[in-house]
Design a protein around this ligand. Structure first.
Ligand SMILES: Cc1cc2nc3c(=O)[nH]c(=O)nc-3n(C[C@H](O)[C@H](O)[C@H](O)COP(=O)(O)O)c2cc1C
Length: 180
């Protein structure tokens, strides 16, 4: 796809077909994450690919609003090791590092016809329990991966309506030139 088409067609996908995602596609999106920039190139991110149905079900229960995750084919859990990143101006850069890499995954997935959805509403402690993640590691985000269904399900439609998901501010509301 052209880059602009990737940006424009990316959307949060919450309804998936049952079709399995090929291993080479998973590897491709992870490779795109691997190439992301990071604090002092420390690459503090770690990703867990979850395909086990019982674990996916358990992850879906770590959030009240994201129960729809129980039906997705794959979840990628994006973690960061804060000891491998830095802090500047009170900003924890491990979260930034992981967010950049996660967006690489999301855009790469879009490019090859896979759906995804940034997930932040989860109970980190419970996610860590399900996946046996060590204490020092932080869970920054989750995304499902899979082939989007032709028709959106109920939770997808409701969230999209509630979040007015295709509405964006105009450039003149978010950009200033030369000073605040
Ligand atoms: C930091 C962040 C957290 C989000 N958390 C959730 C979430 O927990 N559950 C969910 O269904 N969508 C979540 N979203 C998706 C947003 O609702 C979605 O990106 C927004 O409504 C715009 O819609 P679009 O992605 O389809 O363009 C999250 C997005 C971001 C960037």
């Amino acid at each position: 796809m052209e880059f602009t088409d990737v940006i424009e067609s990316r959307t949060s996908t919450r309804t998936y077909r049952g079709k399995e995602v090929e291993d080479d596609k998973i590897e491709y999106v992870l490779e795109c994450a691997r190439l992301a920039p990071s604090w002092a190139n420390r690459q503090c991110w770690r990703f867990i690919v979850v395909r086990d149905k019982e674990k996916i079900k358990a992850l879906s229960k770590t959030s009240i609003v994201n129960r729809w995750l129980r039906k997705v084919p794959i979840i990628i859990v994006a973690c960061g090791d804060p000891t491998s990143s830095g802090v500047n101006n009170n900003i924890d850069y491990f979260a930034v590092d992981v967010a950049i890499a996660m967006e690489h995954i999301i855009l790469a997935a879009t490019d090859i016809g896979l759906g995804s959805c940034w997930i932040a509403a989860f109970d980190e402690k419970k996610v860590k329990e399900v996946l046996e993640i060590p204490n020092r590691i932080r869970v920054v985000a989750l995304t499902p991966l899979g082939y989007p269904a032709q028709k959106s399900g109920m939770s997808d439609k409701t969230i999209k309506l509630f979040a007015r998901s295709k509405k964006r501010k105009n450039l003149n509301e978010i950009v200033r030139y030369e000073k605040w």
